[in-house]
Design a protein around this ligand. Structure first.
Ligand code: SF4
Ligand code: SF4
Ligand code: SF4
Length: 145
């Protein structure tokens, strides 16, 4: 059983994380990273989507010195969304399996579509696509369609 003060710390840390579930921190998602920080197994600098501001906020909750985020884990980017070039999609469903938040819909052999409201911009679907028909677009300027 997790003590309640640890549980509160996990909640506070998890709320500060961007929830893209991208895995760049080295954990399976934001909450496992929050749990690792609360256990003392990980520092506050592992999350590129949170950037330096995020790392500072995490350090404050942990009561440790602020550090910039670890650039070797990835690049802090503006918010983005995945977009499927539907004319090229072969309906293989690999992107659906890769998406950690179920933001892609479509059946076998049918074109697939990203639900903008659910997509966190984690990019995990991009390498999963065998025909390279998934592109990332700025969230404030998505491709029409
Ligand atoms: S790198 Fe950040 S946004 Fe990505 S899963 Fe880890 S905590 Fe979440
Ligand atoms: S659609 Fe792609 S970029 Fe968006 S959340 Fe799913 S895997 Fe990540
Ligand atoms: S991985 Fe690519 S080709 Fe396969 S269903 Fe997804 S978008 Fe279509």
């Amino acid at each position: 059983m997790i003590p309640s003060d640890t549980s509160n710390t996990i909640e506070r840390l998890d709320r500060l994380l961007p929830q893209t579930q991208c895995g760049q921190c080295g954990y399976a998602g934001c909450r496992p990273y929050a749990e690792a920080m609360a256990r003392g197994d990980a520092g506050p600098d592992h999350c590129p989507p949170g950037g330096d501001a995020g790392a500072r906020a995490l350090a404050k909750v942990l009561g440790v010195a602020a550090v910039p985020y670890d650039r070797s884990r990835g690049e802090h980017k503006p918010a983005q969304l995945a977009f499927i070039v539907e004319a090229e999609c072969i309906g293989c469903t690999k992107c659906i399996q890769a998406c950690p938040v179920d933001a892609i819909i479509g059946g076998p052999k049918h074109m697939h579509t990203v639900l903008d409201d659910l997509c966190t911009g984690c990019e995990l679907c991009v390498p999963a696509c065998p025909v390279d028909c998934i592109v990332m677009e700025p969230a404030d300027n998505p491709v029409a369609g």
